[in-house]
Design a protein around this ligand. Structure first.
Ligand SMILES: Nc1ncnc2c1ncn2[C@@H]1O[C@H](COP(=O)(O)OP(=O)(O)O)[C@@H](O)[C@H]1O
Ligand SMILES: [Mg+2]
Length: 247
């Protein structure tokens, strides 16, 4: 589904060059819910922005579905962003002047046509994420957790290949975080969505199928959850983060 191979990315600040990603390689399989963890400044957002085609990469390969992103023109990349990727951000990014339902339909509106099928899809997503009762409300009238579930629904409206989420629970209390993570699990289980989530929160990451930990610009360790119970997996993650501090 998603393959990142030996990805390098540096930023130029004045005359200095800072290499942030120094050969990151990872894969995400279809239907997987994968988290990326790592200390602040370790390049998590940079990695996500490279996969989103928002910033150019120095070297390496990113393959989404069958397509190598480096081979695509600006137009083709814009299509990938709009049709094959869904985005969820820390601060929701809902439009205040639109209702929940209209916000969910927005990528379809931008993409060209809202058909009765897309409207039915929006209603199905509201149903899956438990926001049907508030679908005619405006963002100012709903809670943070509801806003983020609306954002998850919006990310799914165009049947994307991959959902990219950057700290989606960063601005939420633990109960709302749980509801948002549940919406990702439901997206995976009921809609076969593939999710790639950046987080520094071990609680959020402990619900994932696999957790990739970045350090010093490379993948330091990958932990698969398997049949491990959630809280035990969270302990494993916390242990790994503690080990990382010691090395
Ligand atoms: N546009 C930019 N120009 C220069 N440096 C940047 C830019 N964006 C991020 N950085 C630097 O790259 C490093 C990684 O940032 P980031 O990817 O945001 O990390 P994370 O999301 O893991 O906290 C940080 O040291 C940050 O200051
Ligand atoms: Mg970040």
């Amino acid at each position: 589904m998603l393959t990142v191979k030996d990805l390098h990315k540096s930023y130029q600040v004045g005359k200095a060059t800072y290499e942030v990603l120094k050969g990151v390689s990872l894969t995400v399989e279809k239907g997987e819910f994968v988290a990326v963890m790592g200390p602040s400044g370790s390049g998590k957002t940079t990695l996500l922005n490279c996969i989103s085609c928002y910033i150019p990469i120095d070297s390496g390969e990113i393959t989404l579905g069958e397509k190598q992103l480096a081979d695509l023109s600006e137009d083709a990349l814009a299509k990938v962003r709009n049709r094959q990727l869904g985005f969820v951000f820390q601060d929701f990014l809902l439009l205040d002047g639109l209702t929940v339902r209209e916000n969910i339909l927005l990528p379809a509106i931008i993409g060209g046509a809202v058909t009765s099928q897309t409207e039915a899809r929006a209603d199905q997503l509201c149903d899956v994420f438990g926001i049907t009762a508030i679908r005619d409300k405006y963002p100012a009238e709903i809670s943070g957790g509801e806003k983020q579930r609306c954002a998850v629904a919006r990310a799914l409206i165009n049947h994307p290949l991959l959902i990219l989420a950057d700290e989606p629970t960063g601005n939420l209390d633990s109960k709302s975080s749980r509801a948002v993570i549940r919406s990702f699990e439901q997206a995976r289980d009921a809609l076969e969505a593939t999710i790639f989530m950046v987080t520094h929160d071990s609680f959020a990451a402990s619900f994932c199928d696999r957790v990739v930990i970045l350090r010093d610009g490379v993948v330091w360790r990958t932990l698969a959850r398997g049949d491990t119970e959630r809280s035990a997996f969270q302990d494993e993650l916390l242990d790994a983060i503690r080990d990382m501090g010691k090395e």
